[in-house]
Design a protein around this ligand. Structure first.
Ligand SMILES: [Fe+2]
Ligand SMILES: [Fe+2]
Length: 318
């Protein structure tokens, strides 16, 4: 059992955003007129979309609008992931359905995580609405590829194994989200959005530590065949978390004025297999480290699945 002072949520009452940062619910972006003329999105070389050569002819207004559409999608996706995916995993733990692996104090902590995610979903949805209004972007309600892929993966598990499947989904999602938020912060020059993302990030550092500890306990409790099974499936969960929707990206690019050939070139880089693997590997660096620490890659079957998925190198040390 973990020592009490190593409990990730021990300062939750004093430090969590929902307790310590209620003004995040007053989120406002400023006047729409200002945004049309100010470059408040940062276009770094690491930004695969905005730094693509095919986008060079775009002016500030088109770039701002494209970045805003992407940001709205990121925020909407985040909102949905928080309450529909992560909190379903949190419920399984909070209701003690993983008691074979996790001690009771961790079930109580799962309720803190659940509360955090509810608040994150609320302020993130609020921010998305503000950005949409500033740029007169239509609300979208198409199904998310990511949510569908994750739910389909859990549904494939026999009913008695679903809680464990949800736990695995929570583990992957919560140990990679910090990097995704840092990426979004890097591309955003608006101070209100920066504050909001930073508040979220600070909570997610706690969540990532919690899930790292929980995973170590679950992994320890699994026998060899269960380790081979669950470990071998994790690359698919990681890929599902990083799925990109080519249709949606194509629409943004079309609205920005790119012709079909230019759109194709951008989509190839962003949504093609190699681009997605590189991105998944980079964003899952923390998750991969935790798996390494737990000894997951010592299992041949697990290691082979990760090598096949391009998430670790073929000569990965055992
Ligand atoms: Fe969150
Ligand atoms: Fe979280």
């Amino acid at each position: 059992m973990r020592p009490a002072d190593d409990a990730p949520f021990k300062d939750w009452i004093a430090t969590s955003a929902v307790r310590a940062k209620p003004p995040l619910t007053d989120f406002a972006l400023g006047r729409g007129d200002d945004l049309a003329s100010v470059r408040w999105f940062v276009f770094g070389a690491q930004d695969e979309l905005l730094s693509h050569p095919a986008l060079r002819p775009l002016g500030l207004a088109e770039r701002n609008r494209l970045a805003a559409a992407r940001l709205v999608q990121f925020l909407d996706d985040m909102t949905l992931t928080e309450h529909r995916i992560v909190n379903t995993a949190a419920q399984a733990i909070a209701q003690n359905r993983l008691k074979d692996f996790l001690p009771e104090p961790m079930a109580l902590d799962a309720l803190k995580l659940y509360t955090d995610e509810g608040y994150h979903a609320f302020f993130t949805a609020h921010a998305s609405r503000a950005v949409r209004q500033c740029f007169s972007l239509a609300a979208r309600d198409e199904p998310s590829l990511k949510i569908a892929a994750l739910e389909a993966w859990v549904a494939e598990a026999p009913p008695a194994q679903r809680d464990l499947a949800w736990f695995m989904v929570g583990f992957i999602g919560e140990t990679m989200i910090t990097k995704a938020i840092v990426d979004a912060m890097r591309g955003t020059a608006h101070s209100g959005l920066q504050r909001l993302l930073l508040a979220h990030l600070e909570d997610e550092w706690v969540h990532a530590r919690y899930f790292a500890q929980a995973f170590a306990l679950v992994w320890k409790g699994l026998d060899a065949s269960a380790r081979a099974h669950w470990g071998g499936q994790l690359p698919r969960v990681m890929a599902a978390f990083h799925a990109r929707d080519p249709r949606l990206h194509g629409e943004w690019l079309e609205q920005a004025g790119l012709d079909a050939a230019a759109r194709e070139r951008v989509l190839d880089r962003l949504c093609g297999g190699e681009g997605l693997t590189t991105r998944t590997r980079r964003l899952c660096a923390n998750t991969l480290q935790i798996l390494e620490r737990c000894g997951a890659f010592k299992h041949k079957a697990v290691r082979e699945r990760f090598v096949e998925a391009g998430l670790i190198d073929p000569d990965h040390r055992r």
